[in-house]
Design a protein around this ligand. Sequence first.
Ligand SMILES: C[S@@+](CC[C@H](N)C(=O)[O-])C[C@H]1O[C@@H](n2cnc3c(N)ncnc32)[C@H](O)[C@@H]1O
Length: 406
Amino acid sequence: MDLDQLAALRTPEGSAALAAAAEVAGGDPLAAAARLRSAGFPAGLAAAALTQAELRRRAVGKFGPEAAGMFLTRPGLEQATRRVVADRRAARLRAAGVRTLADLACGLGADALAAARAGIRVYGVEADPVTAAMAAANGEAAGLADLFTVECGDATAFDVTRVDAVFCDPARRTTGTGRRIFDPNAYSPPWDFVTGLAERVPRTVVKVAPGLDHALIPAGAEAEWVSVAGDLVEAALWCGELAEVPRRATVLKEGPPLNASGSGAAPCHQLTGTGDAEAPVGAVRRYVYDPDPAVVRAHLVAELAAELPATLADPSIAYLYADAPVATPFARCLEVTDVLPFSLKRLRALLRERQVGRVEILKRGSALEPEQLRRDLKLAGKAAASLMLTRVGGAPTVLICQPVPG
Ligand SMILES: C[S@@+](CC[C@H](N)C(=O)[O-])C[C@H]1O[C@@H](n2cnc3c(N)ncnc32)[C@H](O)[C@@H]1O
């Protein structure tokens, strides 16, 4: 997609092509292209409209019904923040008194639009001309053009004295291949600039990869890890006046589908703490808790252990054990029926005896490959079980479990 193609899509003929493409998207691509051409759309416009329609279909899971009017690129969509996460961040910024915000590397504008919806005046800066034009178009489509403007340029040159807060979500993929970048020094804008923002602007938020090394968290910043429906999706550093606690795990559950205005009612649960407490260690007990990945990455397993209450069976492994099942949004609870030192032969024999034909395999602290193990077990039978491959007191161990409902 180039700027001319985007401009063509924003004409009345382009809108008609997009509407026609939306009707055929998701089906056979050759038939879809033939249908648009037979409706009289030029080949170039038809192809651009079909690409957009396909991306919009994929974007519904992230943005809800609003995706139907957005302009998207594949890398922009992959890197964009999902709406439920962006809306929560925007609400927190607004509650902290932020009225003007610079989104330095705004991409297609998912975070900026959420802030604008929360009533914040947003100045977006985006280096890629097509992405910048799309972000502006997305602001117009959402009826937020008066609150969200985009300038195409280098975020490092933006005058941050113009705003009372900055947000930066640096690109973490290479431009050409789209491969993920794991070294923060290779982010764009660069990590030094991103972390330096916190020294220049008292209210700075930085979105980072959830795998961020804790050693890179700036002193005094709050680091927040966010999961959605059990998937770890991002981390954010809340700096300066915005930092409330050292570590936070935000757990968003699967809510009802996003409503017509695109905002979902996903229940949200938060656990906070220092991130350096240690959970007590004890024996394997009747119930095992598998903590949410946001809790694990935020190093808040000790806080969860205190809340349940529960203990570890191995100081380095984040499974928690308790005598009673407690409903918690921060972990999945399973009942332990058997504890075996790991032996393929013994495990296979026991599962045969129980006629277990289906297993889910969870693991922490085990090098075993779940799919290889599943093949090696040669399961047969109607019963189901959960296997947890782990270590207890350093020894490779398998727990046979049954999920606790709820
Ligand atoms: C991770 S994306 C932002 C996604 C955005 N937060 C969203 O949710 O839609 C990062 C963006 O930064 C842009 N970028 C990279 N380096 C930049 C720079 N120095 N100045 C401005 N934008 C830059 C990339 O083109 C990319 O679109």
